[in-house]
Design a binder for this molecule. Structure first.
Ligand SMILES: [Fe+2]
Ligand SMILES: [Fe+2]
Length: 140
């Protein structure tokens, strides 16, 4: 996944495409991570990091609900496993947030680490598995 990073920022590549609605949401996560990287390149301020965490929570509520809506609608075979991964994400974000309460620098670094991993392991791996199912049901 060496081409995902360009000059320290995460860049979208066509090969991550699934269907448009999902891609637009996935691109939002790239933007959030890049914002966090900007934050780290200066001195992460608690207020800014808190704002980004709120954004991550809003993002995941909206995005996971979208994916899971289609899983149920299309009777997707991997639903259970995928929803468990989404629950794990939510738990981890809360855990990291609680662990570094008041230490915005460590919090920002830990979040980036987790989100980078998530991009590679989830968005580029597990999410790709439902692509064919969504296409078969007419999404584009
Ligand atoms: Fe996703
Ligand atoms: Fe997902």
């Amino acid at each position: 996944m060496s081409d995902i990073l360009k000059e320290g920022k995460f860049v979208w590549n066509e090969k991550y495409n699934i269907v448009k609605e999902i891609d637009d949401q996935h691109k939002q996560l790239f933007a959030i991570i890049n914002k966090l990287i900007d934050e780290i390149n200066s001195t992460p301020k608690q207020e800014s990091v808190n704002k980004i965490i709120t954004e991550i929570l809003d993002y995941k509520n909206n995005h996971f609900a979208t994916e899971e809506k289609y899983f149920h609608q299309f009777n997707y075979a991997g639903t259970e496993e995928h929803e468990a991964a989404h629950r794990y994400f939510s738990e981890q974000i809360i855990k990291i947030n609680d662990k570094y309460l008041g230490d915005s620098v460590s919090l920002a670094f830990e979040l980036i680490d987790f989100l980078e991993n998530w991009l590679i392991m989830h968005l580029m791996t597990i999410d790709q598995k439902y692509k064919q199912c969504f296409l078969d049901h007419g999404l584009r």
